[in-house]
Design a protein around this ligand. Structure first.
Ligand code: NAD
Length: 381
């Protein structure tokens, strides 16, 4: 049996912790796989690594232990009470595989070298066939383009003279490509999506996917917007208000980071409708909501003879519980793609993202069909 590694950037965050606890609980037969798309009967024949075959590791700048984070999430009701205690041994072992992340002061060339070595050591020590690096770290501010981003030569030259030219998420992406890992960006941060890094990825035949997991409000939008389009109902405005707590909410309280998230959330509607309605979108941090999120959407639309109507929905989700099973799916799928010798952006994984790399398709049902068809092309292990 092949062994697969999942390396989480932001390994002590809510989503990463929930994914690690969930995988351990599933492997022990304690919880069902609800929420994992790869566990659907439609994908039963796909040659994917088992969840119990995944070895977890990662980087983080936080030092709180995984067990402590799991207890905090249990206290919030994200993880069943008692589970962190039952899985204490697994969580302690996983915690030992979480290494210090890249901090702002570290020279970038040195940081890339260190992160690359960490990844290679992880693969060698655990005899892993494939390693999938998943970015689950806090959202970073929108990245301003720089000349060094334009080509690999320019980037290498800038790094060689000690210039600080990459956003932190791209240091990890660089290391992932250098170490021969698959790369998945579950956040709106830049990651691999700079011309210089895409050039490197192309050179190395890297498998990659992203970006920004589609787990809540945008997921609903990509189901409902096609309905308006198919019935030729004209959407005049689609206003969204998002209230969230947790670490993600705290990060998004910063206007520059919020801008990155809003950009990702903005992508689907004009593409699905074929025009751009008025679409004000707000994100507010409400500490009291903890790991829960509320999205309220108000859609104003026009029917026959110009008659105006509205539709509203309220989504109340536990973000980490929605995201964690998708992260496990992505590890299995990207790992299998790498094992099948695929390379480049995995457009069939667009199903999982707000800004699907390699595809303009946002409609969820079509994305699902594309995913199923693609899964048929994976080589049996
Ligand atoms: N939960 C969802 O439904 C969902 C959906 C789409 C995207 N996301 C994205 O997933 C990411 C994780 O969300 P979360 O709720 O777990 O957030 P979180 O705040 O709980 O976790 C983020 C983790 O990243 C770590 N981190 C920060 N800077 C780092 C660095 N330089 N290197 C390594 N680690 C670093 C933090 O210490 C923290 O442990 C966020 O970017 C979020 O926007 C989440």
């Amino acid at each position: 049996m092949s062994r697969i590694g999942a390396w989480f950037v932001g390994a002590r965050g809510s989503v990463a912790t929930t994914a690690q606890v969930g995988a351990a609980a599933m492997a022990a037969g304690l919880v069902p796989s609800t929420g994992m798309v790869t566990e659907l009967p439609l994908l039963a024949e796909a040659p994917l690594p088992g969840v119990d075959e995944i070895v977890f590791g990662g980087h983080d700048v936080a030092t709180v232990t995984l067990a402590k984070r799991a207890e905090q999430l249990a206290a919030e009701g994200v993880i069943p009470h008692g589970l962190p205690r039952i899985l204490a041994a697994q969580l302690e072992a996983a915690d030992g595989r979480i290494l210090p992340g890249a901090e702002d002061g570290e020279p970038q060339a040195a940081a890339i070298g260190r992160l690359t070595r960490d990844l290679r050591r992880f693969r060698d020590e655990h005899g892993l066939d494939e390693v999938v690096v998943v970015n689950l770290a806090s959202v970073e501010p929108v990245c301003e383009p720089q000349p060094a981003h334009a080509s690999l030569d320019a980037l290498r030259a800038a790094l060689a003279v000690g210039e600080h030219v990459l956003p932190t998420s791209s240091l990890y992406a660089f290391a992932a490509v250098e170490a021969g890992c698959a790369y998945v960006n579950f956040t709106p941060s830049t990651g691999i999506q700079l011309p210089a890094l895409l050039e490197l990825a192309e050179e190395r035949g890297t498998v990659w996917a992203g970006r920004d997991g589609k787990t809540g409000e945008t997921l609903v939008k990509t189901v409902l917007a096609p309905m308006f389009a198919m019935r030729n109902l004209r959407v005049r405005s689609w206003a969204g208000t998002n209230l969230l707590g947790g670490g993600d909410g705290a990060a998004l309280a910063d206007p520059q980071r919020r801008e990155a998230k809003l950009e990702a959330k903005d992508a689907c509607l004009p593409s699905l409708l074929g025009y751009r309605p008025q679409m004000p979108l707000h994100i507010d941090h409400v500490e009291d909501m903890g790991e829960w999120k509320t999205a309220w959407d108000h859609v104003s639309f026009e029917g026959f003879l110009g008659v105006g109507m509205t539709m509203q929905f309220t989504w109340q989700g536990c973000d980490s519980a929605l995201a964690a099973p998708l992260v496990l799916d992505l590890v299995r799928l990207a790992g299998a793609a790498q094992q099948s010798g695929q390379h480049g952006p995995l457009d069939a994984l667009g199903f999982y993202f707000k800004e699907p790399a390699g595809s303009d398709e946002h409609q969820l049902d079509r994305q699902f069909v594309a995913l199923l068809r693609w899964a048929d092309t994976l080589d049996p292990r």
